[in-house]
Design a protein. Structure first.
Ligand SMILES: NC(=O)c1ccc[n+]([C@@H]2O[C@H](COP(=O)([O-])OP(=O)(O)OC[C@H]3O[C@@H](n4cnc5c(N)ncnc54)[C@H](O)[C@@H]3O)[C@@H](O)[C@H]2O)c1
Length: 288
């Protein structure tokens, strides 16, 4: 049997059911492993069943309990079916991590700064005026509605029970928009705002709602923006590092301390509506 990676600290999640959307992604997988290592029954939700099942198998082979499920976070019917199946086989959901999220090439401009001379000449020079509403809609739907819908479906199972919480995944682009990624920045700002709104709305229900705002981690979804074909940093990645006081990218394992703290009511029972940056100082740095 292989071993889990060491945790920053232990919490006891025995008999808890944790649902992680986008759980087979790079950041989600680290979270699934950590939750399972603390004893939770983890359901990995993704569109690619084989990928979710591969991760579940590796967690199960390491002594945890995980199960992969195919479900689109934008499909309410599929979410409701998944929630009913989970409740009847494992029990009601105690922890929901809304990890599914991402970007779309049509929601990104090629130009950082509008240059009338070259704007729109080719994809690398696309500007605000070339942005495609289809791309914008895709990114808003995935990040915002893909957080709202699973919350609506799974929080119903949390009502009237103690120790339940929702954790959304925001981004540095929610604080101040990053150049080029107009749709993603707006959508993640909406995720942060929604986190606060829902925390207030559910404030007396016993369900805590918080978010983690990761800084920069190299994953599948930003690899092309951050790494050249030879593995060296793109100019954009170099800018990110220059704006990150710790002068490096994060490792997915570095999100786990914040995750476990937010999940454990004994540690963070009075914390709701918080958005915790895990960013090597990026959000604190003025650049001077
Ligand atoms: N990588 C970073 O530096 C970074 C920084 C800040 C925030 N984030 C956010 O963290 C979260 C995880 O990102 P990641 O970097 O691990 O990306 P990832 O692409 O590795 O993981 C995202 C997962 O979501 C799944 N997914 C996408 N659309 C879905 C849908 N409609 N239904 C169900 N599942 C769907 C994907 O299949 C994938 O497994 C995302 O919300 C992302 O926006 C990432």
């Amino acid at each position: 049997m292989t071993a889990f990676a060491p945790l920053p600290f232990d919490i006891d999640l025995k008999n808890k059911v944790a649902v992680v959307t986008g759980g087979a992604g790079v950041l989600g997988a680290a979270m699934c492993r950590a939750l399972a290592q603390c004893g939770a029954k983890v359901v990995i939700i993704g569109r690619d069943l084989a990928k979710a099942e591969r991760l579940a198998e590796s967690i199960n082979n390491t002594g945890g309990f995980a199960q992969g499920m195919s479900c689109d976070v934008l499909d309410r019917g599929a979410l409701e079916n998944a929630a009913a199946h989970i409740a009847s086989t494992l029990g009601p959901c105690d922890i929901l991590i809304n990890g599914a999220g991402g970007n779309h090439p049509k929601g990104i401009t090629g130009q950082e700064y509008f240059d009338a001379e070259t704007a729109g000449k080719d994809a690398s020079q696309s500007s605000f005026f070339d942005l495609d509403m289809e791309g914008f809609k895709f990114v808003f739907d995935l990040n915002l509605m893909g957080t709202l819908l699973p919350s609506q479906v799974f929080a119903k199972q949390m009502l009237g029970r103690s120790g339940c919480s929702i954790i959304n995944i925001s981004s540095m682009s929610a604080y101040r928009p990053l150049t080029k990624v107009a749709a993603y920045s707006g959508a993640k700002a909406a995720v942060s705002n929604f986190t606060q709104w829902l925390a207030v709305h559910l404030g007396q229900s016993g369900i805590r709602v918080n978010a983690i705002a990761p800084g920069f981690f190299i994953t599948e979804q930003n690899q092309k923006l951050m790494l050249q074909e030879d593995g060296s940093f793109t100019p954009r990645a170099q800018k990110v590092i220059a704006q990150t006081p710790m002068r490096r990218f994060g490792d997915a394992s570095e999100l786990i301390g914040a995750l476990l703290w937010l999940v454990e009511a004994k540690a963070s029972g009075f914390v709701t509506g918080a958005i915790i940056p895990v960013d090597g100082g990026f959000s604190a740095y003025a650049g001077v």
